[in-house]
Design a protein around this ligand. Structure first.
Ligand SMILES: [Zn+2]
Length: 444
């Protein structure tokens, strides 16, 4: 075990991070070798992939350079549903040691599989994630990601153990107990969805626990898009450093990419996941720096290789090298998920845009909801946002001032008028996991 071989000091370098710093030519060599192997494996064992390769007249030998990946067919989410439950597996069940499944919002979930080696790779990339966020042996991690079929809980769990940290597998929910454990166990780091952590901050305040005085110093947050404005709020209100991590079950779970101490883009663990940015309309590969849809290929997955999986996440690859010295390319934080987008009066709107506008105005709390309704054939967008007790108890004029500033901020970003409702603290439902930001009542 890595943790037995190494006792990493605070701020030191953990050997698990070594691949983050591979010289670029060596990294590209590793990628090409692994790409050839994974394509050969998928071709030999996954019927759907082989059929699509045949249609294009391609074989595993068609991959001679990294750029040849652009000729390969995409994989999309419906491929996983259409082959439910095990149709994309490249290993026999005898070699599969774990299954996870996504919580399907409609119909059947998607199922993902791991061999022993896959689980080890997952632990490795999560250990690298935590190291990148400044965790080390001796840290006490409260893991509030949900345990179960969702990949968050177990992914973070094994990664933190591989790093040598102490894990508290508390899972999500029961906020009072979370706060008691955090205080009594001397917790130094926490994994959660950012929206759940804002609830923890709020509840701690109600219980008279000042998070600034606790040893808690790092938050490792993911599983939903969150804005920089939300990060500022969280860091201010809790005194921790809040890091963004990225992943998805179809690829491995959490552990695909992580921020480093620079908090400026997320390094993709490129030796295991090959990133491309494509034009979502044409499918053409775009150069580094251009915004488009993130496409990922698993370079080392055995049980369920994913070739050119379309994530629906909109971002770009940051071309400049990072000050931390990692050679892994970074993706810009995901603010937009094409699945989250809604269209109102012809305008494309992402919840994160609304969030950024709301939190830029003083007097608001990081709890909001967007409600879409249709009135007399016309779509209306209602934004409910909680405001501080001070604003709420103040004279009507103060409330009106905040409302006007918010309306202006949103109108400025979206170019459309919205109805703003300022509501009292605690009036919007809190989530234990991913927050439900948008309620669409237009088709009811
Ligand atoms: Zn960096």
């Amino acid at each position: 075990m890595l943790s037995e071989l190494w006792n990493d000091a605070a701020g030191g370098f953990h050997p698990v991070s070594a691949p983050d710093f591979l010289p670029e030519p060596r990294l590209r060599e590793v990628q090409l070798r692994r790409l050839k192997a994974v394509v050969a494996r998928a071709w030999a064992h996954v019927e759907l992939f082989r059929a699509r390769m045949d249609e294009r007249g391609l074989t595993p030998d068609s991959i001679q350079r990294l750029g040849d990946i652009a000729a390969l067919p995409f994989t999309v989410k419906t491929d996983l549903r259409d082959t439910y439950p095990f149709g994309l597996f490249a290993s026999s069940m005898g070699d599969v040691v774990r299954l996870h499944a996504s919580s399907g919002t409609t119909g059947k979930p998607i199922v993902v599989a791991y061999t022993r080696e896959d689980v080890d790779v997952w632990s490795e990339v999560m250990a690298r994630t935590f190291a990148s966020c400044g965790l080390h042996r001796g840290d006490i991690l409260q893991n509030a990601f949900g345990y179960g079929l969702f990949t968050g809980g177990l992914g973070a769990h094994y990664g933190a153990e591989a790093l040598g940290a102490t894990v508290i597998p508390i899972s999500g929910g029961n906020t009072d107990r979370q706060i008691m454990v955090m205080r009594d166990f001397g917790v130094t780091a926490m994994c959660a969805t950012p929206s759940y952590f804002t609830h923890v901050i709020e509840r701690a305040g109600e219980l008279g626990v000042d998070l600034h005085t606790l040893p808690l110093r790092v938050g490792v947050f993911g599983a939903e898009p969150w804005s920089d404005a939300m990060r500022q709020r969280i860091q201010q209100d809790s005194g921790i450093k809040a890091f963004d991590i990225y992943g998805l079950s179809e690829i491995i779970g959490p552990g695909v990419a992580s921020e480093c101490a620079q908090q400026h883009g997320l390094h993709v663990f490129e030796d295991h996941f090959y990133p491309e940015i494509i034009d979502p309309e044409t499918g053409a590969v775009l150069p580094d720096g251009a915004e488009g849809e993130l496409v990922l290929t698993t370079l080392s997955k055995k049980a369920m290789p994913m070739i050119r999986y379309r994530t629906r996440d909109i971002t770009c690859l940051i071309p400049e090298p990072c000050a931390c010295g990692r050679t892994l390319r970074r993706i810009r934080r995901i603010g937009r998920r094409s699945d989250d987008m809604f269209i109102i009066r012809g305008v494309n709107v992402y919840p994160s845009q609304v969030e950024a506008a709301l939190l830029a105005v003083e007097g608001t709390l990081p709890h909001y909801q967007i409600i879409l309704v249709r009135e007399q054939g016309l779509d209306q967008m209602i934004v409910e946002v909680e405001v501080t007790p001070e604003v709420f108890s103040d004279k009507i004029r103060a409330l009106e001032g905040v409302r006007a500033r918010l309306a202006h901020a949103i109108e400025h970003i979206l170019g459309i008028r919205v109805e703003l409702r300022l509501v009292e603290p605690r009036s919007i439902e809190r989530s234990q996991g991913k927050a439900k930001r948008v309620i669409d009542r237009r088709h009811i």
